[in-house]
Design a protein around this ligand. Structure first.
Ligand code: GDP
Length: 416
């Protein structure tokens, strides 16, 4: 059985926390897209862990963790993330695998986006590496592993040719043999973990193991369905989960959308419900809304129903996990955006980026609950107005909210 966790907004919805909660009930956790631009924060036994590339499931002893073929991998970064976890007692042997089809991020990919300001990326070479992939000039981990293990002059010429073509694509000068040597050095260090993860995952599914597919970023940063051009370079929606692992859809797959009880966005691009005022400030402070990868302050706003409904339409959510309800505890009232006004007309989520930029929120305001929900574990304990808020969002989205997260800790959650 597969459970697929997908960000229903612009990322940072608390997928890391949900992945941690759900990892307990799964045998395998796999990532399917993106690179080290994800920043999942997880608290375990009072300690904070920030994951950029490795599934947080690695904290659960015995769970198998996979970085799927849809990901782009900065090997040096991955090794240092592994080293940091090893220092804290996490072991990787026999339970951690990186796809041999995953794309390699090379240092010149980072140089290629040094001056990127238009979209507001994390400048970790992720976009350029995906560009290389689409140009069919990217190296995969498997390419370099093959070069190391089954050397031949002909294969070396092929790999060097790829690098030459890739440097031309990015308009960067470099010495292909030197680039290959340093890539080979890096990949050698993780060689034992490079595997045919598509087949591995397939075998695990066939053996009846349960698999959690963990997305990074969110639906509206999807290269195809997001608020283009202010998007990431990979498929963050449900299709990306299947193509980024090589697992086919199956009856019984559980697709869970993760949404904050409000909304945040980092980088550029429109955020219709953005609050550039004391409410936005309170959400930023209360929700600790600063990027875990970059430290950038996140823009904060009220819950956006048209956007969440569109996310459900694209991904086919079977249920929603609503996170950070506790951040709204102090508010006397909580506005919810229930539709947009575009060009003087009421509208649902529009298709083009241009029209989205023109969307103004139309609000329904609900009464706040003004009492603490932090750490609550039972639905019955929630204040009535908090229940009403959750039920209102559920009805407006047309999807059951099965989980309500009430704090950063692994136990701060209500299963409904
Ligand atoms: P992700 O990339 O979607 O995993 O999101 P992040 O980990 O970047 O951001 C979520 C932040 O919110 C982290 O600091 C979490 O510890 C924290 N968090 C997650 N769920 C909750 C919650 O229900 N309440 C509060 N107060 N914090 C939460």
């Amino acid at each position: 059985m597969k459970t697929i966790l997908i960000g229903a907004q612009f990322g940072d919805e608390g997928k890391g926390k949900m992945a941690d909660v759900l990892a307990k009930h799964n045998d395998v956790v796999a990532r399917y897209q993106g690179g080290a631009n994800a920043g999942h924060t997880v608290y375990r036994d009072g300690q904070q862990y920030i994951f950029h590339m490795i599934p947080s499931g690695i904290l659960h002893p015995g769970k198998i963790c996979v970085i799927g073929n849809g990901c782009v991998v900065d090997v040096e970064g991955l090794r240092s993330e592994m080293a940091g976890l090893e220092e804290r007692g996490v072991s990787f042997g026999g339970r951690f695998y990186v796809s041999d089809r995953a794309t390699l991020i090379l240092p010149y990919h980072k140089s290629a986006e040094k001056y990127e300001t238009r979209v507001g990326t994390t400048r970790r070479g992720i976009g350029p590496a995906y560009t290389s992939r689409r140009n069919r000039s990217a190296l995969t981990l498997g390419d370099v592993n093959e070069f190391l293990r089954n050397y031949s002059e002909g294969y070396e010429r092929y790999v060097i040719g790829m690098i030459e073509s890739d440097l031309r694509l990015h308009g960067i000068e470099g010495e292909p043999p030197g680039i290959l040597d340093s890539a080979a050095c890096q990949v050698e260090g993780i060689g034992d973990f490079v595997a045919d993860t598509q087949h591995l995952l397939h075998s695990l599914v066939s053996d009846g193991r349960s698999i959690l597919l963990e997305g990074a970023q969110g639906t509206f940063l999807d290269i195809d369905h997001g608020t283009y051009p202010f998007v990431t370079s990979s498929g963050t929606t449900v299709g990306g989960a299947y193509s980024g692992t090589g697992l086919p859809p199956a009856i019984g797959d559980m697709i869970i959308g993760v949404a904050k009880a409000y909304i945040t966005r980092v980088g550029n691009g429109h955020l219709p419900t953005e609050q550039k005022n004391s409410y936005g400030e309170a959400m930023r402070k209360g929700g600790n809304e600063f990027g875990s990868t970059t430290g950038r302050p996140r823009r904060c706003g009220w819950f956006d129903v048209p956007l969440a409904r569109k996310a459900s339409e694209i991904n086919g959510f079977g249920s929603v996990a609503l996170t950070k309800l506790d951040v709204l505890d102090a508010l006397p009232e909580v506005p919810v955006c229930t539709s947009y006004e575009i060009d003087g007309r009421e509208s649902d989520f529009p298709s083009t980026g241009r029209r989205f930029e023109m969307a103004h929120p139309v609000y329904t305001t609900l009464p706040g609950w003004q009492s603490e929900t932090s750490g609550m574990k039972e639905w019955k304990d929630l204040p009535d107005n908090a229940k009403r808020y959750v039920e209102f969002l559920e009805n407006m989205m047309g999807v059951r909210i099965s989980y309500v997260s009430t704090g950063p800790g692994e136990d701060d959650i209500i299963f409904r």
